[in-house]
Design a protein around this ligand. Structure first.
Ligand code: AMP
Ligand code: MN
Ligand code: MN
Length: 327
């Protein structure tokens, strides 16, 4: 889908002064790490850079180098020359960060989601990339943009988290080659970063998992596993939105399970649905697109209007249909 070259983007980055770098709501390590890495490189070029995410910096990722650069968007729209959306499948997933960009001469869209329609003036959507961080690395290297330890650590965190610690199927030799360069040239301490990423969760996360497991269901001859989080349970436990990132992997990890689904009741009368597949013929992106969302073939999501039970039934039915068509 990319009709833009890294050279074209490199030229725009050098020729303009005021930038806004944006990422999707409910950010993950790939969105936040990619945003910070590109911002730090532009900062080294002497550019004026705002780094905005609707949710601001998450506590979980606040160890990332220069994390303080990433803030919630300003309440009043600010004019910038260039707005850059990273890791964001559809423009409205920028949330309030979208409205905060008052005017931008050029919109750049850099992403790896299959469902990205290619919004913006300059578009690089590389669905073969396991993380947006990998595309940012390629951009920085190919264009000779500034690179240093802090940029390397942000990119490493982006790639490590979006590949499930170098495990998911899009992880390939190139991913390891990039990781090697990040570790070597950036002088990274892998053990320390991994500990901050994977061994520094609040106790609450496990308490959420305990409640989720109580709701666990297996359907479609145990090929579909799901669990759900009600608003009440979330309130009782004082859950932070980021607490449940990755918990769905427990469902996918079960032998025989092809599709894992996590339902999270949201305050605005909607349910956030997270879906994972471990079979390429069961495309959860297609299922989620049908439900108004999007993502990747093996990891996708949607926000659906309705109550928890009602959405669960509707979604599990769609999954069952997809299973019948697929494997
Ligand atoms: P999650 O289950 O939230 O980790 O999301 C899995 C993948 O699907 C991520 O790459 C998201 O960016 C994408 N995704 C999640 N929710 C949506 C949505 N409502 N619309 C489009 N893409 C989504
Ligand atoms: Mn993401
Ligand atoms: Mn990503």
């Amino acid at each position: 889908m990319s009709n833009t070259t890294f050279e074209q983007i490199g030229k725009v980055l050098r020729e303009h002064q005021h930038f806004a770098i944006l990422g999707h709501v409910r950010p993950d390590g790939d969105a936040l790490g990619s945003q910070l890495a590109l911002a730090l490189s532009l900062e080294q070029l002497g550019k004026d850079v705002r780094v905005w995410n609707e949710d601001g910096m998450l506590e979980k990722y606040s160890f990332l180098p220069r994390a303080e650069l990433l803030t919630k968007p300003s309440a009043t729209p600010a004019p910038v020359d260039v707005a850059i959306a990273l890791d964001t499948a559809i423009q409205n997933r920028l949330g309030t960060a979208l409205a905060a960009v008052g005017s931008a001469t050029i919109w750049i869209n850099i992403d790896h989601h299959l469902s990205n329609p290619g919004y913006g003036d300059l578009v690089i959507v590389d669905v073969s990339a396991p993380a947006t961080g990998e595309i940012i690395f390629n951009l920085i290297k190919s264009q000779g943009l500034p690179f240093n330890h802090d940029i390397a650590e942000n990119l490493y965190a982006a790639i490590s988290t979006d590949t499930g610690s170098f495990q998911y199927p899009k992880t390939n030799a190139r991913t390891f080659a990039i990781a090697e360069e990040l570790v070597r040239a950036g002088g990274l301490d892998v053990g320390k970063i991994s500990q901050q990423l994977y061994e520094n969760y609040p106790r609450r996360r496990l308490e959420v998992l305990r409640e989720l497991l109580r709701t666990m269901r297996f359907t479609a001859d145990d090929r579909v596993a799901s669990f759900s989080l009600s608003l009440k349970t979330a309130a009782d436990l004082g859950v932070f939105p980021e607490d449940n990132e990755g918990l769905i992997d427990h469902l996918r990890a079960v032998r025989g399970v092809i599709v894992a689904v996590f339902f999270e009741e949201l305050a605005e009368g909607k349910v956030r649905v997270s879906m994972r597949s471990k079979d390429e013929t069961v495309d959860v992106c297609a299922i989620c697109q049908k439900l108004g969302g999007g993502g990747h073939t093996l990891a996708a999501g949607a926000r659906i209007r309705g109550g928890l039970a009602e959405v669960e039934e509707k979604v599990l039915e769609e999954v069952l249909e997809a299973l019948k068509r697929g494997s």
